[in-house]
Design a protein around this ligand. Structure first.
Ligand code: CMP
Length: 140
């Protein structure tokens, strides 16, 4: 299995509750290595650009407001089959549907305040990593 990279966000509901370490521990215990990490306050432009694919969805405005409501931690994660591995440990988007032992089951407050984001494909992982990181910020 190839070692690949994925992009992760620890969302404002999690940073507000001081869960950055707890979430990162679950990512690491799932076999992912944090090869880049920074705590930022996303601008409205960044949120709207990052979630541009959801622009027509009814939750788009609320989602952008939520993502700019407090600090987030953006990360690049590396590991075997990183995209799927991260999705497995995150759990379902709606925490009501997330499996026991996943980050969202453990910590998410709602479908919007669902504690973490993770890329859904290798192609999108590259786009999302490039959106927030320059190559020199990633140290594998
Ligand atoms: P994320 O993985 O960051 O990708 C898009 C986000 O939109 C998702 O997590 C949720 O936080 C949010 N989202 C998805 N579906 C809904 C929904 N039906 N209502 C509100 N927010 C949603």
């Amino acid at each position: 299995m190839a070692v690949t990279r994925t992009f992760s966000i620890i969302k404002p509901d999690a940073t507000r509750r001081n869960l950055t370490g707890a979430v990162t521990k679950m990512l690491e215990e799932a076999g992912l290595r944090v090869v880049a990490s920074k705590r930022i306050h996303m601008t409205r432009d960044q949120a709207e650009g990052f979630y541009g694919v959801h622009r027509e969805r009814p939750f788009f405005n609320d989602l952008c407001t939520f993502m700019t409501s407090g600090p987030v931690v953006v990360q690049v994660l590396e590991g075997e089959n990183a995209v799927q591995r991260n999705r497995d440990i995150m759990g379902a988007t709606n925490p009501a549907n997330a499996d026991e032992g996943t980050i969202r089951k453990s910590y998410a407050e709602s479908i919007e305040a669902n504690s973490v984001h993770g890329s859904d494909s290798d192609e999108n992982a590259k786009i999302e990593i490039d959106f927030f990181f320059s190559p020199d910020e990633i140290v594998g």
